[in-house]
Design a protein around this ligand. Sequence first.
Ligand SMILES: *Cc1c(COP(=O)(O)O)cnc(C)c1O
Length: 405
Amino acid sequence: MYKLDITHAPDSGGHFGRFGGRFAAETLMQPLKEIETAFFEAWQDEAFQAERLDLLKNYVGRATPLYHAKQLTAASGGAQIYLKREDLTHTGAHKINNTIGQGLLARRMGKKRVIAETGAGQHGVATATVAALFGMHCDIYMGREDMARQMPNVLRMRLLGANVIPVDSGTATLKDAVNEALRNWVASCEDTFYIFGTAAGPHPYPLLVRQFHTVIGQEARAQILKQAGRLPDVAVACVGGGSNAMGLLHPFRDDESVRLVAVEAAGLGLDSGKHAASLAAGKAGILHGNLTFLLEDDEGQVQGTHSISAGLDYPGVGPELAYMLEQGRLELDAATDDEALEALQLLTRSEGIIPALESSHAIAAGVRIAKTMSADQIVLINLSGRGDKDMNTVFKHLGWMEDGS
Ligand SMILES: *Cc1c(COP(=O)(O)O)cnc(C)c1O
């Protein structure tokens, strides 16, 4: 089931077409190249892969199920809907696939300390988890604003032994946390590995993160062939930076009959200016070390973004998704805050599965697409994470009281 060859690799400078690359401080060029070399060596190393696959199986809980959601299908009326259950992984979202991979790489390179950025806290928790597992010192950079919004995850990280370092610069959210983590890394790269959280950043991170997540799509492809006897007609994933989307979609890229759909956060609506749809509404520019589509104002300043889901609230997007869009291999879709909330309730009530608000964007778009198709067709949706972390946000929007009344 696990294929270990690297297809659709970027060029040696990390370019996917005109996107990607390695725009970083002079002092980071060497550490980035060392990670690239170590990654290619490790990827070919049977012992490394055996340990990684063993941890994915026995620690993360892979393979995750592919679930034929018959009630959701009936409620939608259209194509058969299948859910890839990343919500059932250890720590409750796909992010652990990546942190296991990068954590093993850090240990292989002899690094004693790992750092990471986090927005909603999910990547911070997944990083703190592998740091505990591998006995490494762990510092997580997090915007002070996000810390206030995501206190349960701050507490989880601290319990796991990580230091959560508040970031006050800019809007005190995710993009500022990335800046601060990069700044710290410049001064500490000798003994420190930066575990980057999504398929963005300077080369080789977009490639690394994609490769560590392709297990999602590889499993799903084999599972749907077994369960339904055919490939899906459409594969759908939500997009923050693009890691769960690349993980699901990459293994279907050469299957021309499969439509690949990326769902962005439309927030209060694409016309409102309050959204996080960098592919739909962004311009090409450089953010966090790579050339990609990003949301910026007329003066070229990175724009504030809005989404009900903190995990999609990022002004950029992975360079490979920008490339696939320009190549015509990716279809764009978007879901608003309200549509995501509605999809969360629809899946919960019809199947007894509470999805993360991020994943709910994919559900909303997937159901909308399924409605336009016939019952003998298949829509595959990546259920990237579970919704426990979002209960406070959901209750507030539904107008329920904190005491449950
Ligand atoms: C972080 C997160 C996302 C968005 O990140 P990507 O890198 O775009 O996948 C989506 N879903 C969940 C559950 C997340 O935690």
